[in-house]
Every structure is written in structure tokens, then in C-alpha cells.
Design a binder for this molecule. Structure first.
Ligand code: UDP
Ligand code: MG
Length: 327
């Protein structure tokens, strides 16, 4: 393992690492990075930057290479394909050696002006994790806002942590990063797991900023996958709910059959057709939902036991003495 926090590249004091996952950000990242850099360096700490290209199909990697070529404080990683933001964050965190690490988006939607304040809180010893909490969702369409709110509410209930509005823009102390990297699961949910790990955490409010690129790189299926992953990686409550519902329905159907039998014995036989159809519909849909939820968990088990790497690297651009295998 590398000597943590000893490298001083510029500036003074402990090293601050900044991890930025990037997917199709080539068009603006050159200027966005200068801004991030200016804010990070205004803390007067020495800074290193880990830029992770998550298999972009635009010129993101070329932009990263150009930045790396000019600046030894920057390490660039390139995935062999798109492995997702969570994997990119993990890979970036693995390369950090700072005493504090900040993870942020590359499209300036996480205001870099907040970095000095986050660092101040960490240096004051008040917190080992500085979270930023979104206060709005900007001009996104109503359906998205409603879905995000619903997701937040379910997640809070299932996980027992207040994750609504929490973002991936966080400062973490070295101890927190090391613990995070030791977590064994491969389907990681960064935001939730950082909350789960504990330590002393402080929340800072963050205004919603429109990103530099048009829209978001999250399509609806990807968002749904992330939402399902966030639920199953946190609790098995949904499974228990299915069992409970099943029992409740069983009691209900026993009562109903008594009622039907009684009517039959009294000779007032029910036409029954509607009831049968309704019951069949209700039961088959509940069975399907139940199977779906069980399937989700089985899928998670399936992913975990395969023990695949979280990502595959295609290229790495780092100063020879800073690259893990001394390339
Ligand atoms: N990102 C990534 N891999 C992906 C999708 C996104 O590394 O598959 C990065 C992206 O480059 C950005 C951050 O994750 O730095 C947030 O993505 P985006 O701005 O598209 O999402 P949103 O603003 O909707 O949260
Ligand atoms: Mg964005």
C-alpha cells in the first residue's frame, strides 16, 4: 500500500484528493476542470485529481490525456466500457492517497465553490464526512421530480437513513475511504453505503445548478436499475412484506370461503363469476409482484457470488512513481 497523505505536489498541508467520474463530458470538461481546480487550490492544500473515464464514446479520454500530460497532479483512468458511475467512483477512490477525498460530478452540477467550506469543516475536526444535500431539482420535468421524491421516501423507510436529497458530492476522511474500499459487495451504492458506514457526518445545503451538458446521462431504465439496486442493497424488508401480505390474504380467503360455503348451504348460491374473476386477478397479480421482488434479491445474490471485478481498466495515465504497478 502507498504511503497515505505524504505526497505534497503543490500547496501545503495534507493532501486533498479529488475524484471525478466522467461519461461523455468531453465537450466541456477542459474548462470545467480548470474551475474545479481553481476552487480546490484556493484551499491552499496540495491537491491530486483522479479523472475516471467510464467508457465514454466521445473525446473525454483525449481531454483527460491532455490534462494529464500537462499536470503531474492528475491521474487518468479509462474503463474498457461503460461500467457505471458507482464503479468509476470506486476505481477513483482506490487510486487516492489524500488525507481527505472529495467525489464530485464533472459537469459542475456539484458547485466547486463549496470545496473550501467542506475542507474547513473537515479540518476543524467537526466531521469525517461532509455531505451536500440538494435543496431542489431545477427544471427537470414533474414526472422525474415525483419519481425522485417517491424513491427518496421508500429508500428512507427501507434503509433507516435520511438519504432524500443527499448527493454524491461528499468529502470523506481517509479513514472513511479506507473503510469504504474494504466493503466486500460488488453492487455498490456509494451514497447509501457512506451513510451506512457512520462516522461523524455533517450536511451542507447545496443549490441545484444546471449541468454544463444537455440533460443527464441517465436513461429511464438505468435510473430504475439504480433505484432497485438501492432498495435491495439496503434491506430485505420488501421480502418480509410479501410474506406478511401473503398471510393476510390467506386469512381473507379463508373467511371468504366460509361465507361462500354458508351461502351454498343456505341454498342461496352466488352467481360467483365476477368474484372468481376478481379473485383470480388479484391473486395472480400479487403472486407476480411477489415473484418479481424475490427475483430482485436472487439477482443480487447472483451478481455477488460471481465475484466479478467492479470494472476493467483499459488505460492508465499517471506519473510513473504514482501508478500502482509502477508503469
Ligand atoms: N457518469 C459516469 N458514468 C455513467 C453516467 C454518469 O461516470 O454511466 C458521471 C458523469 O460524467 C457525471 C456524473 O456521473 O460526472 C453525473 O452524471 P450526470 O450529470 O449525467 O447525471 P445527473 O446530473 O443526472 O446526476
Ligand atoms: Mg449532471
Amino acid at each position: 500500500m502507498k504511503d497515505k497523505g505524504k505526497e505534497n505536489l503543490s500547496g501545503t498541508g495534507p493532501l486533498l484528493s479529488i475524484v471525478i467520474p466522467l461519461y461523455r463530458e468531453g465537450a466541456h470538461f477542459g474548462t470545467s476542470f480548470s474551475e474545479i481546480r481553481r476552487c480546490a487550490e484556493s484551499t491552499s492544500l496540495s491537491c491530486e485529481y483522479i479523472l475516471v473515464d467510464d467508457g465514454s464514446d466521445d473525446n473525454t479520454w483525449e481531454v483527460i490525456e491532455e490534462i494529464c500530460g500537462k499536470d503531474s497532479a492528475v491521474t487518468g483512468l479509462r474503463f474498457s466500457r461503460n461500467f457505471g458511475k458507482e464503479a468509476a467512483i470506486y476505481a477513483g477512490l482506490e487510486r487516492t492517497s489524500g488525507s481527505a477525498v472529495i467525489v464530485m460530478d464533472g459537469d459542475l452540477q456539484h458547485p466547486p465553490e463549496m470545496i473550501p467550506e467542506m475542507v474547513r469543516i473537515w479540518q476543524g475536526g467537526k466531521a469525517q464526512v461532509v455531505n451536500t444535500v440538494r435543496s431542489g431539482r431545477g427544471s427537470r420535468f414533474l414526472g422525474y421530480k415525483l419519481a425522485a421524491r417517491l424513491h427518496g421516501m421508500i429508500l428512507n423507510t427501507l434503509s433507516g437513513f435520511d438519504l432524500e436529497g443527499s448527493s454524491d458530492f461528499k468529502l470523506m476522511d481517509r479513514a472513511v475511504v479506507d473503510s469504504y474500499l474494504r466493503l466486500g459487495e460488488s453492487r455498490i451504492f456509494y451514497r447509501g453505503l457512506v451513510a451506512w458506514m457512520g462516522f461523524r457526518q455533517v450536511n451542507l445545503p447545496m443549490e441545484f445548478v444546471e449541468g454544463r451538458k444537455a440533460g443527464s446521462s441517465w436513461s429511464l431504465p438505468r435510473l430504475v436499475r439504480l433505484a432497485l439496486n438501492s432498495f435491495t442493497s439496503f434491506s430485505t424488508l420488501a421480502l418480509h412484506l410479501v410474506t406478511f401480505l401473503g398471510l393476510l390474504l390467506f386469512c381473507f380467503s379463508i373467511l371468504l370461503s366460509f361465507n361462500t360455503l354458508l351461502q351454498w348451504m343456505q341454498g342461496s348460491a352466488v352467481p360467483g363469476f365476477t368474484t372468481v374473476i376478481l379473485l383470480q386477478l388479484i391473486f395472480s397479480s400479487i403472486i407476480m409482484i411477489a415473484l418479481g421482488i424475490i427475483g430482485e434479491y436472487i439477482a443480487t445474490i447472483f451478481h455477488e457470488i460471481k465475484n466479478r471485478p467492479r470494472y476493467i481498466l483499459m488505460k492508465e495515465f499517471a506519473r510513473p512513481d504514482r501508478s500502482p504497478d509502477g508503469e
